[in-house]
Design a protein around this ligand. Structure first.
Ligand SMILES: *Cc1c(COP(=O)(O)O)cnc(C)c1O
Length: 350
């Protein structure tokens, strides 16, 4: 049985014997070697996918939520609240249920994938939909937690970032060293900040001799860090990163600059190419936002920007089942056929 994340990395996390560990045995997700895309093979680049969809609620958010909710419990909180593009809501709802707390989640109406809404509801969260985008929801939930007795569990809560840094620890545990590059999608920018923190702690303690170059990818219609200013009406099919004014903006810029990395934009078409590639060639079903890292790396590979022999880790942030709507739009379900062998064989292309 795998251990709670907070037990595995206890020495590197801000917990004590007074912290009640609220856990779903999160983390310890598979690091899967990829066979392509062809541009990687041709250039002798090794690609690995850290599949965060294998977490208990289906996204990396569980790494930060186990710590944020455990600390909230330690401080006697009765309720937690978060603004969310969906996965934070699902995770907060699950961990709050486990801790016997109330969860309040504020969502941008109409822009949260169906699986995430369903999870939050069934876990028993109180859902508030606002007519606005994620940035509005985050502003409101911050005001809510300043005025009412509820603990904020968005990634502006420092325990979220602390928990999420464990992804870097697991990569180093598995590879025995740091990769040359680490690529991931960037939305509110907590995760790239957390990855860099994790690698940096290991580097400072002499566990690894170098840190990876961090490659962050935003969706083209929601790329404030690339543009250098907030985006008022962010738009992308990758709803998990549909964010116009990231809370951890500075953390992302520091990770980029200190690692000699990059933060770039990828189009929805590039995201969907990577989404289909991962599912149909590698057998890994992710939600659209999670494909942004591969979309960006694919472009870097084709432009010859990644050197031969490099190792690239991609954080695949969330499970494809989260967003059945995109899947249904992208692939067509065939019409039923009569219940007869010949009809079934013909429909099966045999
Ligand atoms: C939250 C989330 C992101 C974005 O992470 P940030 O820390 O907000 O940058 C990307 N993909 C998925 C699936 C997410 O749930």
């Amino acid at each position: 049985m795998n251990q709670p994340l907070l037990e595995r990395y206890r020495q590197r996390l801000p917990i004590s014997s007074a912290t009640p560990v609220v856990s779903l045995n999160e983390g310890d997700t598979p690091l899967i070697p990829l066979s392509g895309p062809p541009a990687a093979r041709e250039r002798g680049v090794s690609l690995f996918a850290k599949f965060e969809g294998a977490n208990p609620t289906g996204s990396f958010k569980d790494r930060g939520m186990t710590l944020a909710v455990s600390k909230a419990a330690e401080h006697g909180a009765q309720a937690v609240a978060a603004a969310s593009t969906g996965n934070t809501a699902a995770s907060a709802a699950a961990y709050a249920a486990r801790a016997g707390m109330k969860a309040i989640v504020v969502l941008p109406a109409g822009y949260v994938a169906a699986g995430k809404v369903a999870q939050s509801l069934v876990h028993g969260a109180r859902i508030v939909q606002v007519s606005g985008n994620f940035d509005d929801a985050l502003r409101l939930v911050r005001e809510l937690t300043e005025n009412y007795p509820v603990t904020l569990v968005n990634s502006v809560n420092p325990f979220r970032i602390q928990g999420q840094k464990t992804l870097a620890f697991e990569v180093v545990d598995d590879l025995g060293t740091a990769p040359t590059y680490h690529a991931l999608p960037v939305g509110n920018a907590g995760n790239i900040t957390a990855h860099w923190l994790g690698y940096s702690e290991l580097y400072e303690d002499g566990v690894i001799e170098s840190r990876p170059r961090m490659l962050g990818f935003q969706a083209a219609g929601a790329a404030p860090i690339v543009a250098g200013h907030p985006i008022e009406k962010p738009q992308t099919i990758a709803t998990a990163i549909r964010i116009g004014n990231p809370a951890s903006w500075q953390g992302a810029v520091n990770a980029r600059d200190e690692s000699h990395g990059a933060i770039e934009a990828v189009s929805d078409e590039e995201i969907l190419r990577a989404y289909h590639y991962l599912a149909s060639r590698e057998g890994i079903f992710v939600e659209p936002a999670s494909a942004a890292g591969l979309a960006g790396v694919w472009r870097w590979l084709e432009a010859g920007r990644i050197e031969e022999g490099a190792t690239v880790v991609l954080t695949l942030t969330g499970h494809g089942l989260k967003d059945p709507g995109t899947a249904e739009r992208e692939v067509r379900l065939p019409e039923p056929v009569p219940a007869e062998l010949s009809a079934v064989a013909a429909a099966a292309g045999l």
